[in-house]
Design a protein around this ligand. Structure first.
Ligand SMILES: Nc1ncnc2c1ncn2[C@@H]1O[C@H](COP(=O)(O)OP(=O)(O)O)[C@@H](O)[C@H]1O
Ligand SMILES: [Mg+2]
Length: 293
């Protein structure tokens, strides 16, 4: 096991770690993630690498390192260290990748609620510390060796009540409509909106809308914005969504952030709390579904 936090320069790193033929396990917007193996004890890790485009990008990446350094939660990826120049992050290797692969599996509601519950417990921990993730989506939630769900990618995260703490965008289709449109909003509510989109995608199989941007005039989003929920749900009728699911989604995807659930309310919702798997039961379910593939 590595002594944490492990700080390295890249030359020292390549002496200690093997790059597994440069096996790329993920690509993000500005980063590449490699699988690496400690030559000594053969433990595997993920190395996230970036090259800085500009000052803002450098700030975001270093903010990610600073946050990961302080975070410690069972549903957030474990941080092991970083390069001295701040361009690489060493994190625990998550062999089952991100949640995107679950979308096509048509998992039942009980499994999906239990997955959401794990992500939400990480979000509760963050929000209690006034940290907003800012980019919650299936690509940024990973599945560990033991089939535990963990949030990753703090590249858009902010600490509220500090300078330079406006959300910087996030991902279209997952970001609350207030981002960019309004200067004065509670960024935590943006995470709640993204959680609603993630829940929807995992259960229905595709996104509820492509964009909330006014210029895009997304028909599906306009139904929600105008509170024409009947018209919105009619589009997804063939999927026969559960009534409890619809009500719950309506508490997360509301256009007005003041009407949206807080993380505590979302976790305390009676329908959401009922009929869920424990962490070990969910791991068993996921292992069955993911090894069947
Ligand atoms: N620790 C990890 N183990 C396995 N795969 C990972 C790990 N971290 C990231 N990935 C993969 O790499 C992708 C990009 O990583 P991410 O941190 O989201 O970078 P970006 O900030 O560029 O989006 C993720 O969507 C995921 O598929
Ligand atoms: Mg990402």
């Amino acid at each position: 096991m590595l002594q944490k936090p492990f700080q390295f320069d890249l030359q020292m790193f390549s002496q200690k770690f093997e790059f597994n033929n440069k096996e790329i396990i993920g690509k993000g917007f500005d980063s590449i993630v490699y699988k690496v193996t400690n030559k000594q004890d053969k433990d595997q890790y993920a190395l996230k690498l970036t090259s800085f485009k500009d000052m803002q990008h450098r700030f975001n990446f270093q903010q990610e390192i600073r946050l990961l350094y302080h975070l410690n939660h069972e549903h957030i990826v474990n941080f092991f260290g970083n390069s001295m120049d701040g361009s690489c992050i060493l994190i625990e290797y998550m062999p089952h990748g991100n949640l995107v692969k679950l979308i096509d599996l048509q998992l039942d509601l009980k499994i999906i609620k239990s997955i959401l519950n794990q992500i939400m417990s990480a979000v509760k921990y963050l929000h209690q510390m006034n940290i907003v993730h800012g980019d919650i989506k299936p690509e940024n939630a990973l599945i560990s060796r033991d089939f535990i769900i963990k949030l990753c990618d703090f590249g858009f995260a902010i600490i509220q009540n500090q300078p330079n703490t406006k959300l910087r965008g996030g991902s279209e289709g997952y970001t609350g409509p207030e981002v960019g449109a309004n200067d004065d909003y509670d960024a935590k509510k943006c995470d709640m909106f993204s959680l609603g989109v993630v829940f929807f995608v995992l259960y229905i199989g595709y996104r509820p809308f492509l964009s909330t941007h006014p210029q895009r005039q997304d028909k599906f989003w306009n139904y929600i914005k105008n509170k024409e929920w009947d018209k919105f749900w009619k589009i997804f009728e063939a999927k026969k969504p559960d009534v409890g699911f619809k009500n719950y989604i309506q508490k997360l995807l509301c256009a007005d952030p003041n009407e949206r659930y807080t993380i505590e309310e979302a976790l305390q919702d009676d329908w959401f709390k009922s009929n869920q798997y424990s962490i070990s039961q969910l791991a068993q379910q996921l292992s069955i579904h993911l090894t069947k593939q």
